[in-house]
Design a protein around this ligand. Structure first.
Ligand SMILES: Cc1cc2nc3c(=O)[nH]c(=O)nc-3n(C[C@H](O)[C@H](O)[C@H](O)COP(=O)(O)O)c2cc1C
Length: 205
């Protein structure tokens, strides 16, 4: 029997057509984000935020900034997946629950903070790269969680990032990395498209 995770990866496809009549509950939105945040981040920074655009009026506002893509409104919810510029000063707070859970000794925290400082402090490109990486891993995990729940998903980069940041009040250290529409897919959607052959994308070293 195929493992359900493998099945979700294999069967996920980008949903272009959502059933506009089918909503999902706020508790399910919470569950999706809860699962998305199981994705790993550098030093467990968790430098992300998920804005669930669920109210119809809010989705209409977002659609105007997203190339007028109908799926932004037709999907039950469209997430603005935000990455936050990596900042080592957030680490003590992020690592405290790890210490409390008995996973990491408290004495290790300053070492991790120092390593993160040497990596990111005064390095805007790396801070931004980490924001994009974290949000992308979160978005991917969210899409596979949606698939496993029987929901379709659509990642989107077709939007005006500056306008979205201002309309949805992102902080100066936040980047709207990707929109991810989630909802019930209509049957007319294309299946997952073929991928490049393995010998073009895999190098064994
Ligand atoms: C980062 C990213 C941005 C995308 N942006 C858009 C978009 O703005 N609008 C759209 O219709 N599809 C968008 N797509 C969907 C891609 O076209 C789609 O994932 C690709 O064709 C593969 O489809 P499949 O996963 O169903 O095989 C985007 C996909 C990714 C990963």
């Amino acid at each position: 029997m195929t493992h359900p995770v493998l099945q979700a990866i294999t069967e996920r496809r980008t949903t272009n057509l959502f059933d506009p009549a089918r909503d999902i509950a706020v508790t399910q939105i919470g569950e999706l984000v809860h699962l998305a945040t199981r994705a790993p981040t550098s030093f467990n920074l968790q430098n992300w935020r998920f804005i669930a655009v669920h109210e119809r009026a809010s989705k209409v506002r977002l659609r105007k900034l997203a190339w007028d893509q109908a799926k932004v409104v037709d999907a039950a919810v469209t997430f603005i997946v935000c990455g936050q510029l990596a900042d080592e000063r957030t680490l003590p707070l992020r690592l405290q629950p790890v210490v409390d859970a008995g996973i990491m000794p408290a004495e290790m925290v300053p070492g991790w903070e120092g390593a993160a400082r040497s990596l990111y402090n005064g390095q805007p490109q790396r801070q931004r790269d980490e924001a994009i990486r974290s949000a992308t891993l979160g978005a991917a995990t969210l899409m596979h969680a949606a698939q496993a729940m029987g929901l379709g998903s659509a990642p989107m980069i077709g939007f005006d990032a500056g306008a979205v940041a201002s309309e949805f009040n992102l902080a100066v250290y936040e980047i709207p990395v990707m929109l991810v529409a989630v909802g019930y897919a209509l049957p007319e959607n294309w299946p997952q498209k073929p991928r490049r052959p393995l010998d073009e994308v895999l190098e064994l070293a």
